[in-house]
Design a protein around this ligand. Sequence first.
Ligand code: CAA
Length: 376
Amino acid sequence: MNLTFTEEQEMMRKMVRDFAASEIAPFIEKMEKGEFPREILRKMGELGLMGIPVPEKYGGAEMDFTSYIIAINEISRVSATLGVILSVHTSVGTNPILYFGTEEQKQKYLPKLASGEYLGAFCLTEPSAGSDAASLKTRAVKDGDHYVLNGSKVFITNGGEADIYIVFATTDPKLGTKGIVAFIVEKNTPGFVIGKDEQKMGLHGSRTVQLTFDNMRVPVENMLGKEHEGFKIAMANLDVGRIGIATQALGIAEAALEAATNYAKERQQFGKLIAAQQGIAFKLADMATSVEAARLLVYRAADLRTNGLKCGLEASMAKLFASRTAVEVATEAIQVFGGYGYTEDYPVERYFRDAKITEIYEGTSEIQRIVISKNL
Ligand code: CAA
């Protein structure tokens, strides 16, 4: 693995770091109050950040996967909300079309997704099909040149805000993984109903909704891949998506470590800085070591992907470890801040609230252990 970033990747890091500091940071208070960051996403589109891996011929930036991960990393250090919006939009909202779409589908949707005019979302999870994704019940019945979809989806990130949804449904639940079909669904399709907006513990600026499909007619030409290829399309895109969520977790952990370290170098107790006291110094040492290990796993998985190699195992390892690290480091950061860390006056309580979901979505830590152990 090459541990040195290219000049182009370093430029991406600097550009996104500057953007996050000047444009995203001032908007955090509004996002914490629930405002969706539309205007920031528009600016990200102008900078090419909404279509980093998309080829130039479809209006994208055509940059390597590691550059995309660098962008999520830098954004998530400042706002995990924007980190997940970008990751879901790209990894599981845009990439299924890029890798499994027909030429017509690519030409129709990719330029709008890559420019940020359209936002993408991914609809796999259902009320009774979470970790057991293949048990989904949303039904797709072929009717002439359409499929008629009926069913509901839950916990849809970017739901309601997104324009394009990658939807998974089954033609026959008895077929399990072999009956699932993937579709590109436009928000304005009749029968597409936006439901409850979940009130979450964290990621307050990101939208998470329930969706219902009520006799929703989707043209056959909007099917992705072959008819019963849906489960493999979902899994293949989650392999890559999990690197994005691992990176979001890494960004949160880095931010928490930085905040705790800076605070420990300012706060005095017992006549000296708390950073100079072993109880805190060793805590910071352990936090920094975990963050570095998470960073190596994340960029190792990204490097495999950049080089076109299989990365499912490494993506799951990165997500498992980085998400745990985010939770642990954010928890310890609050401990370093003491009572102040429990207040909204400092960002560490936000890092703590935002970190937890990284152990749950795009496959819980238990699912990552299934994927890892199956690979052993
Ligand atoms: N790539 C390609 N194909 C794959 C694959 C992969 N990574 N993983 C499995 N498959 C294929 C298998 O080869 C198999 O094909 P064959 O039958 O032809 O051999 C088929 O898919 C079925 O595989 P399994 O028998 O392993 O399937 P399973 O039902 O046991 O499920 C699982 C495996 C890993 C547990 C899977 O269900 C899973 O990942 N569950 C978690 C779901 C998840 O991550 N949900 C996240 C929702 S999205 C989200 O959270 C977005 C957001 O908002 C942030």
